[in-house]
Design a protein around this ligand. Structure first.
Ligand code: ARG
Length: 472
C-alpha cells in the first residue's frame, strides 16, 4: 500500500505511477534526502518528539541505506513515487515501526525543497570551481599574448587593432561576473525550509535552527507558505547558468570563425576536433559548435521553470515537480561545457602572423590618423571627414593609409584649407604603425600591452580572492 493510501479505496490507475512518479530523476537527490532526514531525526529527538532509542535506530537505518544505495544494491520503486517516499519505505522495511516516526512534523513539500536547495548549493560551488579553472586558463593565455596583435571588430568588420590578450581578458570579465552571480544566488539558496510542513508550519515544537546548523544552512525560511512554494533559487541558478552559456557560446562562435580557412587565426588541437565521414581533409570545431548548440537547451531549462511557476497559486502544487529535470539538465550541461571548453581553449594555438596581417587590413588605423590630425590642432569632426576621404582615395588606388606619400596626404589636406598644408609630417608613419596604434590605447581598461598586463595583475588578485572563497 502507498504511504498515503489510507483514504483511498481503489488502486491508482496503472498509468498513474509512471505519470506522476519522479523517482526516475529525483533519485539523484538520495544523499541530500538521507542527510536531511538524519538532521530532522536528531532534532525530533532533542526536542523530545521521538525517543532516543528510536532516533538511534532511525539514524542507523538511514546510514545503512545510504551505503547500500552507494553500493548500488538498492532498487527504487516507481510505486513509491519519489526519492522521499522510497527512502521512508526502505527505512520502515529495514528497522520496522520506528521508521514510521521519521516523517513526524514534516511534509514532502518542505522536504523536497530542502533536498533541492542542498543540491543547488553544492552545484553552485562546483560550477564556480569550473569557472575558476577557466578564468585561470584564460589569464595565462592573455599573459602569453599581451602584445599579440589581432583585428578588433565591430559589426564583424575590422575596426581597430587590439591585442589577443585584451580580447581574451574581455571573457575573463564575463566569467568573473558569472562567478559572482552564482555567489549571489548562493545566498538566497542558503535558506533552510524544513519546519514549514505542508504549508502552514507544524504543531510540534521544532528547533529549526538546529536543523539548519547541522546541514550547513545560514538561515531558516521566514514564511512557511513562501518556503514550500519558492523556486526562485532554481530560476536564479538557471538564469546564472544561462548567462554562462551566453558567454561560452559567443566565445565558441569566435573560435569557429577563427578556425575557418578564411580567418586561419587558430589551430584546434586534434584532441578537441573531429573529422568527416566523407571528406578526408576535414577538421571540424565540433566542441565549439556543440557548446553553442547546448546553449539553446539551457535557455530552454530556464524557460521551463519560469513558465511552470508563473501561474500557480500558493502553496505547493505538483507542477513544481517539473523543476528538477530542468535544473539537473542545466547543471549537467553547463558543467560538461565548462569541463571541455577549458582544455580546448588551453590547447588552441594562435597563428600570430595571420592575426597581425588581418589587423593591418580594413584601414584599421584610420581613427589613429584622425587622432593625429586632432593632435595637430584640427577638430575631430573635420579630421574624421578628411580621413574618410583619404580612405576612399586609398580604396580607389588599392593602397593602405600608411602607403601614402606625404605629398598625397598633404595634397588632400590642402584642398580643404591652405593652412593645413603642413599638418602631416614624417611622424605620421609612426602614428599609423600597428604596434603604436595598439600601444597608444593605454587608458585604464584599454588594449595596450601595458594595460593588458595591469588587467592580468588585477585578475590574478581576483583569482586569489576567489580561491579563498571556494576553500571556505
Ligand atoms: N516529488 C515531489 C516533487 O518533486 C515531492 C513533493 C510532493 N508533495 C506532494 N504533496 N505531492 O515536487
Amino acid at each position: 500500500m502507498k504511504l498515503w493510501g489510507g483514504r483511498f479505496q481503489k488502486k491508482t490507475d496503472s498509468l498513474m505511477d509512471d505519470f506522476h512518479s519522479s523517482i526516475n530523476f529525483d533519485q539523484r537527490l538520495y544523499h541530500y534526502d538521507i542527510i536531511g532526514s538524519i538532521a530532522h531525526a536528531r532534532m525530533l529527538c532533542k526536542t523530545g518528539i521521538i525517543a532516543k532509542e528510536e532516533t538511534e535506530k532511525i539514524i542507523w537505518g538511514l546510514n545503512e541505506l545510504l551505503s547500500e544505495i552507494e553500493k548500488g544494491t538498492i532498487e527504487f520503486s516507481v510505486e513509491a513515487e519519489d526519492i522521499h517516499m522510497n527512502v521512508e519505505t526502505l527505512l520502515i522495511e529495514k528497522i520496522g515501526p520506528s521508521g514510521k516516526k521519521l516523517h513526524t512534523a514534516r511534509s514532502r513539500n518542505d522536504q523536497v525543497t530542502l533536498d533541492t536547495r542542498m543540491y543547488a548549493k553544492d552545484q553552485i560551488v562546483r560550477t564556480q570551481e569550473l569557472l575558476f579553472g577557466l578564468v585561470e586558463t584564460l589569464v595565462s593565455i592573455a599573459e602569453k599574448h599581451s602584445d599579440t596583435i589581432m583585428p578588433g571588430y565591430t559589426h564583424l568588420q575590422i575596426a581597430q587593432p587590439v591585442t589577443l590578450g585584451h580580447h581574451v581578458m574581455a571573457y575573463v570579465e564575463m566569467f568573473k561576473r558569472d562567478f559572482e552571480r552564482l555567489e549571489d544566488c548562493y545566498k538566497r539558496t542558503n535558506v533552510m525550509p524544513l519546519g514549514s510542513g505542508a504549508l502552514a508550519g507544524t504543531t510540534f515544537p521544532l528547533d529549526r535552527k538546529m536543523v539548519a546548523e547541522q546541514l550547513g544552512f545560514l538561515n531558516v525560511s521566514e514564511n512557511s507558505m513562501d518556503s514550500v512554494s519558492d523556486r526562485d533559487y532554481v530560476i536564479e541558478m538557471l538564469g546564472a547558468l544561462s548567462l554562462i552559456m551566453v558567454h561560452l557560446s559567443r566565445f565558441c562562435e569566435e573560435i569557429v570563425l577563427w578556425a575557418s580557412q578564411e580567418w586561419s587565426f587558430v589551430n584546434l588541437d586534434d584532441a578537441y576536433s573531429t573529422g568527416s565521414s566523407i571528406m578526408p581533409q576535414k577538421k571540424n570545431p565540433d566542441v565549439a559548435e556543440l557548446i553553442r548548440g547546448k546553449t539553446g537547451r539551457v535557455y530552454g531549462d530556464l524557460l521551463t521553470i519560469l513558465t511552470v511557476m508563473k501561474g500557480i497559486p500558493l502553496a505547493y502544487n505538483k507542477d513544481m515537480q517539473e523543476d528538477k529535470e530542468a535544473l539537473f539538465d542545466g547543471v549537467d550541461n553547463v558543467q560538461k561545457c565548462l569541463l571541455i571548453f577549458t582544455p580546448m581553449i588551453a590547447t588552441l594555438t594562435f597563428n600570430k602572423e595571420n592575426m597581425r596581417k588581418a589587423a593591418g587590413k580594413g584601414y584599421s588605423n584610420a581613427t589613429d590618423l584622425a587622432d593625429y590630425l586632432v593632435r595637430k590642432g584640427m577638430s575631430f569632426r573635420d579630421a574624421h571627414r578628411i580621413v574618410g576621404e583619404l580612405v576612399n582615395y586609398c580604396i580607389n588606388k588599392s593602397k593602405n593609409l600608411e602607403d601614402l606619400t606625404l605629398e598625397e596626404f598633404n595634397a588632400h589636406l590642402m584642398k580643404e584649407n591652405e593652412a593645413n598644408i603642413k599638418l602631416i609630417g614624417e611622424d605620421v608613419y609612426a602614428a599609423l604603425a600597428l604596434d603604436n596604434v595598439v600601444k597608444r590605447r593605454c587608458t585604464y581598461g584599454g588594449t595596450s600591452p601595458e594595460q593588458v598586463k595591469q588587467a592580468i595583475k588585477r585578475a590574478k588578485k581576483y583569482l586569489d580572492g576567489a580561491k579563498k572563497k571556494l576553500e571556505n
